[in-house]
Design a protein around this ligand. Structure first.
Ligand SMILES: NC(=O)c1ccc[n+]([C@@H]2O[C@H](COP(=O)([O-])OP(=O)(O)OC[C@H]3O[C@@H](n4cnc5c(N)ncnc54)[C@H](OP(=O)(O)O)[C@@H]3O)[C@@H](O)[C@H]2O)c1
Length: 230
């Protein structure tokens, strides 16, 4: 994000405002995941393939017992996903789409040739259910979410984020309609999220921060209970 907290401009254009070091950092974080997760807005705007371009990172994954590429996961409530996006032109790792039965029939037919679809009857995708499905069907334990802001806010609201990797880039964009890290919503989060700083590194004019998200004790207890029930 910029020094004033923006992750893009008000047009949601695919702005490129971080350094090569930051892009390498993103790929290293992606390479740690069993799955890489993005919202529909991000895949539509940025048209990313979500690959691991570096051979050494793929080798490290295999040494850890992971497949060379993480599972690529897209979330959309409405399901109006363009089957011509770049991600669907690649076959290096499985693609799964979590959406709802609002997805148009012809879109389903086209996407089924390229991805595994999970369509729920609800109007919105239940993110907790999505993570459970990924765990049970693909043994996913570590998800690297690359945004965007709307999806990140939903994950935060539900207490589903453990770590935040934040790069502060040396720009100021301004503009109340340009989304911050957690979008454009005027509402407060249901409760403020407390973080603890784990790491900070400065490279050139950028600052790389790693935060652990502190979960409230009741939430931590329910997470522990959920784990012990597995
Ligand atoms: N600077 C950065 O690091 C960074 C990172 C990522 C993205 N971005 C920028 O952010 C912009 C996109 O922002 P955005 O807020 O539109 O992105 P987004 O969070 O990727 O996408 C929002 C869409 O994802 C789906 N979605 C969100 N929450 C959901 C939930 N709980 N359940 C199911 N689906 C959910 C919905 O899709 P449907 O509308 O299809 O229902 C929603 O409209 C782009 O300009 C991109 O460049 C910047």
């Amino acid at each position: 994000m910029t020094a004033d907290g923006k992750v893009t401009t008000k047009n949601y254009s695919a702005v490129d405002f971080t350094s090569r070091e930051d892009k390498a950092h993103l790929i290293r974080q992606r390479a740690l995941g069993d799955a890489v997760l993005v919202g529909h807005g991000t895949i539509e705007n940025d048209n990313v393939r979500l690959g691991i371009p570096r051979e050494d990172l793929r080798q490290e994954r295999m040494a850890r017992g992971q497949p060379p590429y993480p599972i690529r996961v897209i979330v959309s409530n409405k399901g109006r996903i363009n089957p011509k996006l770049n991600i669907f032109e690649t076959d290096f790792g499985p693609i799964t789409i979590f959406s709802t039965t609002r997805m148009p029939r012809h879109t389903r037919q086209q996407l089924r040739k390229k991805a595994t679809l999970y369509l729920s009857q609800a109007r919105r995708v239940d993110l907790r259910w999505m993570l459970q499905e990924l765990r049970y069907d693909f043994k996913v334990k570590h998800v690297a979410c690359e945004g965007g802001p709307a999806l990140f806010r939903s994950l935060l609201e539900q207490g589903l984020v453990d770590q935040l990797n934040l790069t502060v880039a040396p720009f100021l964009f301004g503009g109340k309609n340009a989304p911050t890290l957690i979008g454009t919503g005027m509402d407060f989060l249901p409760r403020s999220v407390r973080c603890s700083l784990q790491d900070m590194k400065v490279v050139g004019d950028e600052c790389f921060l790693t935060y652990r998200i502190r979960h409230s004790s009741s939430r931590a207890k329910s997470r522990m209970l959920a784990q012990s029930l597995r």
